[in-house]
Design a protein around this ligand. Sequence first.
Ligand code: NAP
Length: 329
Amino acid sequence: MKVAVVGATGMVGEVMLKVLEERNFPFTELMLVASERSVGKEIKFKNKTYKVIGLADAVANKPDVALFSAGGDTSLEWAPKFAEAGTTVIDNSSAWRMDTTKKLIVPEINADQLTKADKIIANPNCSTIQLVMTLAPLHKKYGIKRIIVSTYQSITGTGLKAVKQLENELAGVKGEMAYPYPIHKNAIPHCDVFEENGYTKEEMKLVRETQKILDDRSIAVTATAVRIPTEGGHSESVNIEFENDFDVTDIRKLLSQTPGVVVQDNTDVNTYPMPIYANGKDDVFVGRIRRDGSQPNSLNLWIVSDNLRKGAATNTIQIAEYLVAHNLI
Ligand SMILES: NC(=O)c1ccc[n+]([C@@H]2O[C@H](COP(=O)([O-])OP(=O)(O)OC[C@H]3O[C@@H](n4cnc5c(N)ncnc54)[C@H](OP(=O)(O)O)[C@@H]3O)[C@@H](O)[C@H]2O)c1
């Protein structure tokens, strides 16, 4: 098993290496790949030092699987070249997610769609993964009509440049800006670029990807995505209207029995999910579970998950593990 990590020098790439090591992902050869800027740079992994290589060298080495987190443009150009060389690409960018010929996978929900023929597999957006992990069992049982989601997203979701921006602001140093405004002491209602409809691309990812993963275009989704100066995970306030009525106790029970979901919900002792708890963990944490009394069959909840782990690296590696376990690569 030859594994390439494309974008190995980035925020997701770094966590990808950590998760590969923690889960003891089986490989005989590891290629660490990044832009020409980083070629030759040394990275330590499992007590061995690896030199970063460029994309062309990695394709020539014909890896069995390539875990991509190097931005959409790199994926659009290079994922097909890897696929042509026989590599299975699992891509973290938004490049392929809505391509009708590509699968958009959260292993707990729809990995059974995967076949040997899938050479480019899309990993969903971080804020979508934690949302659908929570929605999938609820949709199955009660039928979701409409979702209103507001996100409070970590700066780590933007990448290294954003983390550097906050560090500079905290140190009072002028530097390169990842956002159009300061992020320290701020909340910016603008994640990714604006689309023609007035929503951001991040907000539309929540709409389109949720419908694709839950395989139901009839679910109405509306979203507002906000960047806040936190690390450790994205948070989401979610209002759900169901087709059928529910009992809040049953919802809590159902979610606590869902693999990958942890219910943190005891307001008597101030227990609810927060990025400081989710940081570095693979689970999706759900709390503040309560009926919305303003209309029938409606529920409010609060979801937090580490965007670099389940929102990116862990989900990608779980897909790779599924492919290996089912002999699909
Ligand atoms: N951060 C998250 O929570 C998150 C979650 C889900 C998905 N993603 C997606 O994952 C990707 C990476 O995000 P990130 O946060 O890790 O960003 P990042 O910290 O900015 O890292 C970007 C990585 O991509 C590499 N790269 C950039 N341009 C390249 C090129 N032309 N050829 C080869 N490699 C290139 C960089 O290499 P150099 O160091 O050489 O520049 C670096 O390794 C993005 O597509 C992002 O949308 C991120």
